[in-house]
Design a protein around this ligand. Structure first.
Ligand code: GDP
Ligand code: MG
Length: 450
């Protein structure tokens, strides 16, 4: 390879990769951060081991230290873990509930958790959201027979939010109230019934049996475990118990507006696999958001500045490459060497948009290339074909005539039609480059690149 593009690619290849010592050193700090965030010890151990294995051998981005690189990898693994399979997307619609109410009404939602975790508050918040956003009719019922104040609390929240609550009848057991709630909902034409259960300060058998009975009776599609983000090491036990004895479909993390680091989220997710769906962001009725894995990951790790730094460095490299490619393009030059460099960059970056999306005239080419289904294998074959050409041929594709095509095809394990196809593609790309030169010129293009 020649010229600046070649230099860039060489640099890319020569950047170091993470050694076991690099990773170990950085992980000591990560481990402390996770423990300080109140992530359960067993989860910290497992997580650190898992990320360590993934991190060793990974490339270090230029201008970033190995330690910083590890922190970024840890951060990404945290986001994955918190949002991963069965979880919520990384950039959720904050107003979306992510809970399943698309069933034959009345659809019951069961709220469970320890006392004071925020069940009653969250019940009302969810009810309000479903009423307003989904335009569904919601009935709330308090199954907390131990504290009359709790039933009153729900009734008051119902009045505040304009959501109906089930009439309070003293002396009924939770299961009886649940049955009455479902009947009232059927008769009253309600879409959703939110059952707010009683909690205890600690897990006990009576509570679990009671909740399990209610569950068996109403057969809810959603059982939401409400937990306080400040719950430290105990979060694991609580989530595990509720999940085993009652079955949990989603976790709501409350008091995320407070200053806890939220390690409980990671612990609960790791141990139960249950997705965290919502976050309580305050006492007010609208303070409820879809779970935001990135935000929580950032808080748990508490190294946001390092993560930002690595992300910036990665962006800068993309920018550098784009600029160099752009310079040659600006001159209207695009030979097979440039194409090779581009194929390699695309392969490397996995996404062409980041590299070329910012330049004028490229979107058409991007589309063409996408339409011709660039996949890894195809790029490997294209790369092989170009590599089977002499430097002279790469710089001057017009030289590649019939006999040379045969040689190149043989050398690259492809065939003449494939070589032709590549040459044609190159031609199309070169035409776009020439057009760009006419269109943009130096100022236009470089201006865009900043
Ligand atoms: P329950 O015993 O599980 O029903 O808990 P409650 O719903 O009665 O909530 C207990 C206290 O926590 C109340 O004072 C709520 O206002 C408060 N609370 C609930 N969720 C949140 C939240 O997300 N943030 C804050 N700051 N307070 C909350
Ligand atoms: Mg309550």
């Amino acid at each position: 390879l020649s010229g600046r593009l070649g230099d860039v690619l060489d640099k890319l290849r020569r950047r170091g990769s993470l050694s076991e010592a690099d990773v170990d050193a950085a992980m000591r700090e990560v481990r402390v951060a996770l423990l300080e965030a109140d992530v359960a010890l067993a989860v910290v151990k497992q997580f650190v081991a898992q990320v360590k294995e993934q991190a060793i051998g990974q490339e270090v981005i230029r201008s970033v230290t190995p330690g910083q690189m590890v922190v970024k990898l840890v951060h990404d693994a945290l986001v994955d873990m918190l949002s991963g399979e069965g979880g919520v997307e990384a950039e959720p619609d904050p107003m979306s509930l992510g809970i399943d109410i698309a069933h034959t009404p009345p659809v019951p939602i069961l709220m469970v958790g320890l006392q004071g975790s925020g069940k009653t508050t969250t019940s009302a918040k969810i009810a309000l959201r479903i009423t307003k956003r989904e335009r569904k009719k919601v009935l709330m019922a308090s199954l907390d027979v131990y504290r009359p104040a709790a039933q009153r609390q729900l009734a008051i929240l119902g009045e505040q939010t304009g959501v109906d609550t089930l009439e309070v009848v003293m002396g009924q057991k939770p299961v009886e109230i649940a049955r009455r709630a479902m009947q009232a909902a059927r008769v009253g034409g309600y879409d959703v019934v939110i059952l707010d259960t009683a909690g205890r300060l600690h897990i006990d058998e009576v509570l679990m049996t009671e909740v399990a009975e209610v569950r068996a009776l109403v057969n809810p599609h959603e059982v939401l475990l409400v937990t306080d983000a400040m719950t430290g090491q105990d979060a694991v036990n609580v989530a595990q118990e509720f999940n085993e004895k009652v079955g949990v479909t989603g976790i709501v993390l409350t008091r995320v507006d407070g200053d806890s680091r939220g390690g409980a989220a990671l612990s609960m997710r790791a141990v139960t696999g249950v997705p965290i769906k919502l976050m309580g962001m305050g006492e007010k009725m609208d303070a409820l958001e879809a779970f935001h894995a990135q935000r929580i990951a950032g808080r748990i790790l508490g190294m946001g500045d390092v993560v930002a730094l690595v992300e910036k460095a990665a962006e800068t490299i993309e920018m550098d490459q784009a600029e160099r490619v752009a310079k040659r393009m600006m001159e209207g030059k695009f030979d097979l060497e440039d194409m090779l460099a581009q194929i390699r960059q695309i392969k490397k970056m996995g996404d062409m948009k980041g590299l070329l999306g910012m330049m004028p005239g490229i979107s058409k080419m991007q589309r063409q290339m996408a339409e011709s289904k660039i996949d890894d294998n195809m790029m490997k074959r294209q790369e092989a074909i170009i590599l089977s050409m002499t430097i002279k041929e790469r710089r001057n594709p017009d030289l590649v005539k019939a006999s040379r095509k045969k040689r190149i095809a043989d050398g690259s394990g492809s065939n003449v039609p494939e070589v032709n196809k590549l040459l044609k593609q190159h031609q199309q790309m070169a035409v776009v480059m020439k057009k760009m030169k006419k269109m943009g010129g130096k100022k236009g293009l470089m201006g865009l690149l900043g």
